[in-house]
Design a protein around this ligand. Structure first.
Ligand code: 4NP
Length: 162
């Protein structure tokens, strides 16, 4: 609750490299978790790279999300921009490389907090969400397990704040 009585709407951006595997899965899991909790939140995802801008999530990511009951085919990849550091309260990077690349374009007066996704989970601080892109299809199941736990931790944090 803010001083003016309004409940602050959380604004969270999930960040990975291509924005077609980890961060759209994280966005999908978070959208479902916040909706289930009845918390209105601004949720989005982006990549540090531009190779996949405009593309739907990787078909293996879409399939894993569908297996868990979440539809993500309408999401479209976009690249992280300096404005994101003002438009979101929190930017959650999938791994250390994403974190370093985000820091490199972070404006001096940026207001968003920037940290690793797994910093939210006890015992996982400093770890990266494994990139499933070059691996076998079963890598996406463990990515989903990670992003679902991250989404639950976020909802718990923002429920407590509300
Ligand atoms: P993401 O995975 O960062 O989780 O979306 C990747 C997607 C694409 C590439 C690398 C990682 N790529 O090199 O095209």
């Amino acid at each position: 609750m803010r001083e003016d009585g309004e409940i602050a709407k959380p604004a969270i951006l999930f960040l990975c490299l291509g924005n077609i595997c980890r961060s759209p899965l994280a966005e999908g899991a978070a959208r479902a978790a916040f909706a289930r909790a009845g918390i209105d939140a601004k949720l989005d995802s982006a990549g540090t790279g531009d190779w996949h801008v405009g593309h739907a999530p990787d078909r293996r990511a879409q399939a894993e999300a569908r297996r868990r009951g979440i539809d993500i085919p309408a999401l479209r990849a976009r690249q992280l921009s300096p404005d994101d550091f003002y438009d979101f309260d929190l930017i959650l990077a999938a791994d250390e490389t994403n974190l370093r690349d985000a820091r490199a374009i972070r404006p001096a007066g940026a207001t968003a907090d920037l940290m690793l996704m797994l910093d939210l989970l006890p015992g996982r601080k400093g770890q990266g969400v494994t990139d499933p892109y070059y691996g076998k299809d079963d890598g996406f199941a463990s990515t989903w397990d990670d992003v679902e736990a991250i989404a639950s931790a976020l909802v718990a944090e923002f429920s407590a704040k509300g």
